[in-house]
Design a protein around this ligand. Sequence first.
Ligand code: IVH
Length: 727
Amino acid sequence: MKARIGIVINKNTDTDKPVGKLSLKEAEAELARLAAETHRADEAYYAHDKPEITDAEYDAMRRRNLLIEKRFPKLKRKDSPSDKVGAAPSAKFEKVRHAVAMLSLDNAFDDEDVTDFAKRVSKFLGLKAQDEAAFTAEPKIDGLSLSLRYEHGELVQAATRGDGAEGENATANVLTIVDIPKKLIDAPGILEVRGEVYMSHDDFNALNKGLERGGEEPFANPRNAAAGSLRQLDAAITASRPLRFFAYAWGEVSEVLADTQTNAMKRLEGFGFKTNPLTKRCRNVDEMIAHYRSIEEKRATLGYDIDGVVYKVDRLDYQTRLGFVSRAPRWAIAHKFPAEKATTVLEDIEIQVGRTGKLTPVARLTPVTVGGVVVSNATLHNADEIKRKDVRVGDTVIVQRAGDVIPQIVEVVKDKRPHGAAAFSFPDRCPVCDSHAVNEVNPETGKADVDRRCTGGLICAAQAVERLKHFVARNAFDIEGFGEKQIAALFEKGIIKEPADIFTLSQRQNTGEVDLYTYKMKADGSPHFDKNGAKQLTNKKSVENLFAGIDARREISSARFVNALGIRHVGETNARLFVTHYGGVKEFYAAAIKARDDEREAYQEMLSIDGVGALVARAVIEFFDEKHNREAIDRLLAQVTPQKVETMASDSPVAGKTVVFTGKLELFTREEAKVRAQSLGARVAGSVSAKTDFLVAGPGAGSKLKKAKELDVRVMTESEWLEFIDG
Ligand code: IVH
């Protein structure tokens, strides 16, 4: 199993003894061998430009070297590879596709939201008041989620959540976490255990003290510390950070774990996982809320961060029936704790220009700690909000922070307002390109928009760079090693002006048109160009990693591609709607052009997509109407290939078919029937027509049944339908 988990150690020797078992003599010999081999690999890579081993093998050697040095500090050699800066370990974690997507949770902010959630569950399942569903309630751990894959009882892979569909391989690092069993006894052949990696308050404080003593930047909070520790390329560093793990869910399993969430957790405990001791089975909403309050009371004394309580439907057959809505399960919800607040002073209001030209006022605050995190900026949203709250520079304000969202100013302490503090006057020109900034009028409502936008469009550097940042963002092209800072620097240098330029970088490097080796990355990952343009060969590896990251995205999902374009009102969800409807990027592009050319049918078809309204359709048409947008897309399409969209569950007998449900349904609720059919790739219509493939009729069906018979549509009973889709 060693190769599967990505650790290739001692490729050229027969020494693969675990570090913990090495004798002093063996350790000394092993350090000498590793120093020599690392040196040879460096020579081959740097001096001859001919790498002899893979990045993973190289990283593994350095990791083993460091682990041995940690165990036997006195044996550390003068020529130790750990002291060499020239050869940074690969800046890459391999990507891992999750067998079952890792989802997020919807939020409830008060008791009423929880009641509504329980009602929705009952309604969906068609439960009567007396047989209400039971729920589990457990703390929501403020860490980062992880999926652990076991095959035949052996831990073969660990992956971070990433975007839910694809995460990063963290196996080598996870092997160092004590709470995570490496072998399971009597487990299903395939078992993916999911849970949260976190750091305790004590360990966090000790770690920060150590970092500060060593002159290093401390972490802002335990969550960041846990994430930073797990994302170490050097597993020896992860090993030195005390990470912990609570299991709370699972992904792919080759056999059913249990009948209820409660019993599934018991099985995970039986395998050796830690589950949260505050997990409780609740029979109704009152018990759920009572347990929430009791967890809230204990919050400060738990010794680790939690940010709410998660409720899950206990019966697993109910969970299956409830399924998912976009990215969150219908059978679970997170009841968040109220936001934390603090008082500070508003020092200034700055205006930021976004990708669509929106001017956003940002409050610069005297730094203040809110719930353990230092806050120095807060969003003020728009001019209206500043006016409504009457926020002025110099004011004492109350800020609040809830989870990961940007802190907000909740109110101004008017008594403390300094004399002469003037009302803020919102600029009518863009602070970056000086174009006029206006509040557009919505053509549908005739009302002026609350947001003021820069009219500079293409000439506005702020908009251009924000568009590029959006293009490479995590839910768009997500290019490894290419973040906001890199984009900003390359934009500033004129090396990247539009998305296609990213994909011609390596070619331009080869022809000498640009020279990326003349800048190096600063410690914080931002590029720094050498003033004299001297070649920084030490940087060669990171540039090559960047090219590899770019090449890896030359094939991209259509939904990511469309989201990356940054069309107004078309984010992740709408991008997915469009590409699944049209089948791909080119088809969507063609349809938008057709709709623009006043082909009523094409425009109507766009509006017929469930979830797409006139505002969105118009934004799409306007976007494709711009010649420069079409040209930029054409240049991009010459570089990258969006994948065709596979229709969901194409092997189902109902995929692509249209079904109508009628009559009083007894075996499932209408909502459940609809969702299930859709998840199998069927279209659910409200009326029978020549396009209808199946009519599922419950007792009391009337006119629809009659019409279906006239049109020779296949009619089924509920149980026939169930058999048909399950077959
Ligand atoms: S259940 C399909 N239980 O919260 C549902 N999640 O905001 C899987 N989290 O991505 C999640 N504690 O990382 C669940 N006790 C808990 C949790 C928990 C923390 C995280 C998890 C998830 C995020 C959603």
